[in-house]
Design a protein around this ligand. Structure first.
Ligand code: SF4
Length: 281
């Protein structure tokens, strides 16, 4: 795992469960390299937010995109070089608010890439505003009297749009998370893994709630109806059991195969890196 470490300081709050997922993710990368995937071909794309800091701490090729834009940037990378293993990191604010259309279109188009959605039901880096999956009544600094509008269920939307791999894990369970991250990356097609990652600074009670209420479920592969029932059994607001596990996994032709005959996205261009560097400097 050492080869994936950087010298960048870890700026997450001490005790943030993101650190657990970082370790789990590095373990998965080490396994992938052991399985024969080149370190050079592993790519991480992040946006802005607490989840955006993953790229600070991962020694892989990658890119910091704008807020809510990591998944569509990841798709651009796959278009240019389909052999890459690309993982997009994004928070619930980015994925389920600004980036929702990207999530829906990627579920529909099905490129072979992975979305890790860090869901803590809050915009954490900007100090605690509600997101589209925050429950009614949540008091943040922009909703001092409580959130008025209800959340929606983005995994149900992703299922409807055609996402062939949908799973959820708890950041408090490192071994289950590691297993599911690997499954998601190895799935050929667009895989969404929602990682419930309590923000211990702005929503400390979520830590206890998740520890008590996460409920591992095992769904049959490729059963949409069962997947829908599991996904809709928790709509991000009510108390009670929160299902975790792989909810749906199906084989669908991937975007790269459907567009095989077209070559524009694979054309080799001569890039003068020296010139680009000079212009940037
Ligand atoms: Fe983690 Fe919340 Fe701190 Fe962000 S603000 S680093 S999500 S504990």
């Amino acid at each position: 795992m050492k080869e994936f470490e950087t010298n960048h300081p870890n700026t997450w709050c001490p005790g943030c469960p993101n650190s657990v997922i970082l370790q789990a993710f590095k373990g998965v990368l080490a396994n992938l390299v052991k399985d024969g995937i080149s370190h050079h071909d592993l790519v991480a794309v992040t946006d802005i937010g607490c989840a955006g800091k993953f790229y600070d701490l991962l020694e892989v090729n990658g890119f910091y995109a704008l807020h809510g834009r990591s998944l569509i940037t990841a798709f651009g990378m796959k278009m240019a070089n389909p052999k890459l293993k690309v993982v997009g990191f994004i928070g619930d604010g980015g994925a389920y608010a600004e980036g929702l259309n990207h999530l829906v279109q990627l579920a529909r188009l099905n490129p072979d890439l992975t979305a890790l959605v860090f869901n803590n039901r809050v915009f954490a880096l900007t100090v605690g505003q509600g997101t589209p999956v925050t429950e009614e009544g949540y008091r943040g600094n922009t909703t001092p009297e409580g959130m008025i509008d209800p959340p929606y269920n983005p995994l149900a939307v992703a299922l409807s749009a055609g996402a062939p791999f949908i799973a959820r894990t708890s950041a408090l369970d490192i071994s289950a998370s590691q297993k599911m991250i690997k499954q998601a990356i190895q799935h050929r097609g667009f895989s969404i893994l929602e990682i419930l990652q309590p923000c211990i600074t702005f929503r400390p009670d979520d830590l206890v709630e998740l520890r008590q209420n996460h409920k591992p479920v095992s769904a049959k592969k490729n059963n949409r109806e069962e997947a829908r029932q599991i996904i809709e059994s928790w709509n991000y607001d009510q108390k009670g059991a929160i299902p975790v596990g792989v909810f749906y996994q199906a084989n669908r032709p991937v975007w790269e195969e459907r567009h095989k005959a077209r070559t524009w996205h694979r054309s080799q261009r001569k890039v003068d890196m020296k010139k680009i560097k000079q212009e940037l400097l």
